[in-house]
Design a protein around this ligand. Structure first.
Ligand code: FEO
Length: 168
């Protein structure tokens, strides 16, 4: 009984797993953008976060497998067009917008699971609900600091050295 899963929820979980992998690719590209501009602190944070996002995706695929549901597939997205940033603050704005979109998708999936009385999926997704709060908070803090640096004509390169120690 616990394994039972509707096609709609399965499709939602597969989409969410792919969103996480897409977020992983985005953070890796952000990391490369920062590395190109000799900003190793920001590059390291994004690289570590890329790994986290990958694990979020894998965790969902593992859950699908555990429920003996079939048809999960990795569906790569073309990211190249998105990385046309001018300033570091643009990158962090992009990251926050992505996290907010991801939170909405997760909350929709939880709602859908609740509507279907799929308590297993609802319970599984609770981890992601909490994680999104942590991630939105972490990225928002970095973005706010980066904005302040820009507004006060500070040196982002000095702030960059602190970013490695920031939470994820
Ligand atoms: Fe796993 Fe940042 O969402």
């Amino acid at each position: 009984m616990a394994m039972r899963i509707s096609n709609k929820i399965l499709e939602g979980l597969i989409k969410q797993a792919n969103r996480e992998l897409s977020a992983s690719a985005d953070y890796l590209s952000m990391s490369l953008w920062f590395a190109d501009r000799e900003l190793p602190g920001s590059a390291a944070w994004c690289r570590a976060h890329s790994e986290e996002e990958r694990n979020h995706g894998l965790k969902i695929f593992d859950h699908i497998t555990k429920r003996r549901a079939k048809g999960a597939l990795v569906q790569p997205i073309d990211h190249a067009a998105k990385f046309n940033f001018g300033q570091p603050v643009d990158v962090w704005k992009f990251a926050l917008a992505n996290e907010q979109t991801n939170s909405s998708a997760i909350l929709s999936l939880v709602k859908q699971a609740r509507d279907e009385n799929d308590f297993v999926t609802e319970n599984f997704m609770q981890w992601y609900v909490q994680e999104q709060l942590e991630e939105e908070t972490a990225v928002m803090e970095i973005l706010e600091n980066a904005k302040r640096v820009a507004e006060t004509n500070g040196l982002y390169v000095a702030y960059d050295t602190q970013i490695v120690t920031k939470p994820h």
